[in-house]
Design a protein around this ligand. Sequence first.
Ligand code: AMP
Ligand code: ZN
Length: 447
Amino acid sequence: MFWNEKIETMPRDELAALQGERLRKIVAYVYERVPFYKEKFDQMGLKPDDIRGVEDLGRLPFTKKTDLRDTYPFGMFAVPREELIRIHASSGTTGKPTVVGYTRDDLQVWAEVCARCFALSGARPGDMFQNAYGYGLFTGGLGMHYGAEYMGISVIPVSGGNTARQIMILQDFQPDVMACTPSYALTLADRLLEEGVNPADLRVRVFILGAEPWTEEMRAELEEKLQVDAVNIYGLSEIIGPGVSNECIEAKDGMHIMEDHFLPEIINPDTGEPMPEGEVGELVFTTLTKQALPLIRYRTGDLCSITYEKCKCGRTHARMSRILGRADDMLIVRGVNVFPSQIESALLNIEHIAPHYCLVLSREEHLDVMEVQVEVTDEFFREVGDEVFSGHAMEIVEEVRELENIVRTRLRETLGLNARVKLLGPGEAPRSQGGKLKRVIDNRVLK
Ligand code: AMP
Ligand code: ZN
């Protein structure tokens, strides 16, 4: 089923003309309304009129997450605050979030693209939808919520977590569609099976999964355990939230990008040059219709490839591959964006803690676990004794527990995430051997 058949199946030349027209408008719009862009254009000697269509995209400057951070919270907004009717945020590098805003028209576009995602996922008006994405500053919950309502799907706004309640609702309300992160879907699947629930007794037929990387192996496992279709959805707050792209249930082979609203490019993350079709590079988007926070050539940091080949579902919009990695050092832990630099700054200035640390990521019961290993100072080490740190202590002494608690609390405050803390003796954390220091050990096997 299509949601907006005319647009979704539009011949590519017509689509390019529409994109070109919208690009010209948005370029003039940001030049007039966002000082950041005016300055950039002026520096480059670029006039809005120089951009005649999509073929001129490469002449425009890039926008980065740091630009949003430098103008925190609202400096890149193109409308006065009175015209905003929603604010969301996602975690950024400094502990300050990246803030995004929406006008009424923006929310309409968001509902439209999310409704298309539901259609791509095989959902229909009249379905019931269990929304297990988090509601709050995170865009996932409310984004999907409005898309579903717009389509005429009834929403159960249960939000994330609380597995017992999710299972109760799955059994008692019998929703047709569910959405959550893929790692949480696995947790849910395992719990259902442990409790002896037969998936055949559940009505749910499709899971819409995103917000973090996952794999074909995970899809196979989920589809088998839950006897459902599992489809991939992609988005990021800066561009709109969920609804940037979604797989079609017919092919499950790449996520169709809502190209009439978000113009994609793949670039070489080192040189900024465009990559040939089908090759992996950094995904870049220009928003074509957004009013509150229009972004020109926004570098997502996500690595993937794009194909423009026609899809068997009949849609003409380009498809992006799964996200294969990050161009920067951002980690996604339980759906929360984490930068190693955030951890570094959280650890600074804690008494008895030395500035040497490493992060170990793993998965337990399909959920991400982050352990922060950090060295204590020589002085603390001498006082407390080396048995504690070489693992011989019968009982961890009080001071060590206390220090671990302090570190844990500081990390939770900075990251909004619970981390495990392991204190190391002096010299135990990895040191650079001259080359790049690998501080992150990611043992999460995406399976
Ligand atoms: P946020 O703005 O906090 O929602 O985070 C957006 C980021 O989440 C994206 O830039 C991606 O790195 C990641 N993400 C979202 N959806 C997916 C997906 N389906 N697969 C892999 N990564 C995803
Ligand atoms: Zn398709």
